[in-house]
Ligand binder design. Structure first.
Ligand code: NDP
Ligand code: 8X3
Length: 258
């Protein structure tokens, strides 16, 4: 098992849910972290908590992955000791709505495509060249079961996660001779702020997504990410699909009456 102690890990979307849980578990393993999100106050607070609790170094960064110049400038401005990123966790992402495509609103599509696809590309394009130069690194993308299946009302979200799946596969081939590993962790239902964002703050609808079943937690997914990151250098987890035990696929769930 590879030690994460002293490694530099860059996480996007670390202010909530899966990204925050990844920050917590990587901190526990002794990694130093760059944690980024748009809500700077949240990553700043998390940085303080984790550095005090685990005696590691944590740098909070304000970052909107949709903005290419912000991505390149903020990453270029990282102090020297933070610039050698060993592990990139491309986690920032969102769903918007669950409507029939012909009735859906275009702004939501732009947000999903700009964040889940273009944002992931921008951050990857900016960080991976350093890994190539150093001949080592690991990119771990947070995809989704939606990258393997398409469901009604999920046309654009599923398309973005299918794109993540394709980008992961291509990138793996592009860096095969560079000492860089590329993995994707693809969860089913995880109870985070995801559904609140998807349903524009309709907390009742968000809560109903998980009604009668036990969904995954951010920590469950973070544990899968840690597993990928700690394989010995000769081994790579290409893809890991992780589901609640009562969710067989994107369509079939077993819910208890409540
Ligand atoms: P949360 O809503 O809890 O977290 C999403 C994170 O992404 C937040 O930290 C948010 O930070 C960040 N984010 C959103 N937009 C941007 C942006 N433009 N720039 C930078 N950061 C951004 O949801 P999850 O933790 O569930 O989502 C994390 C990832 O997991 C997403 O890629 C999602 O698609 C994926 N996923 C989620 C599943 C689920 O059921 N929850 C299942 C499968 C995959 P901030 O708003 O502060 O910028
Ligand atoms: C989020 C999980 O099933 O709503 O990626 O697409 S799902």
């Amino acid at each position: 098992m590879l030690s994460l102690k002293g490694k530099t890990v860059f996480i996007t979307g670390a202010s909530s849910g899966i990204g925050k849980a990844c920050a917590e578990l990587f901190a526990e393993e002794g990694a130093n972290l760059v944690i980024s999100a748009r809500r700077f106050n949240l990553v700043e607070e998390l940085a303080k908590t984790l550095s005090e609790k685990f005696h590691i170094e944590v740098l909070p960064v304000k970052l909107d992955v949709r903005n290419y110049s912000e991505v390149t400038e903020n990453i270029a401005a990282l102090p020297e000791k933070w610039s050698k990123i060993d592990i990139l966790i491309n986690n920032a992402g969102l769903g918007r709505g669950l409507n029939k495509l012909y009735e859906d609103n275009v702004e939501g599509w732009e947000e999903m495509i700009d964040t889940n696809v273009k944002g992931l590309l921008y951050v990857t394009r900016t960080i991976v060249p350093g890994m190539v130069k150093r001949g080592s690194g690991h990119v771990i993308n947070i995809g989704s079961i939606a990258g393997h299946e398409a469901y009604p009302g999920g046309g654009v979200y599923c398309a973005t996660k299918h794109a993540v799946n394709a980008i992961t596969k291509s990138l793996r081939m592009d860096v095969l001779d560079k000492g860089i590993r590329v993995s994707t962790v693809d969860p089913g239902m995880v109870e985070t702020n995801f559904s609140n964002v998807r349903f524009y703050g309709d907390t009742e609808r968000a809560k109903n997504t998980y009604k009668g079943l036990t969904p995954l937690t951010g920590k469950d997914v973070a544990e899968a990410v840690i597993f990928c990151a700690t394989r010995p250098p000769h081994a790579n987890i290409n893809e890991m699909i992780i589901m609640p035990s009562v969710q067989a696929n994107a369509f079939v769930t077993y819910r208890k009456e409540t």
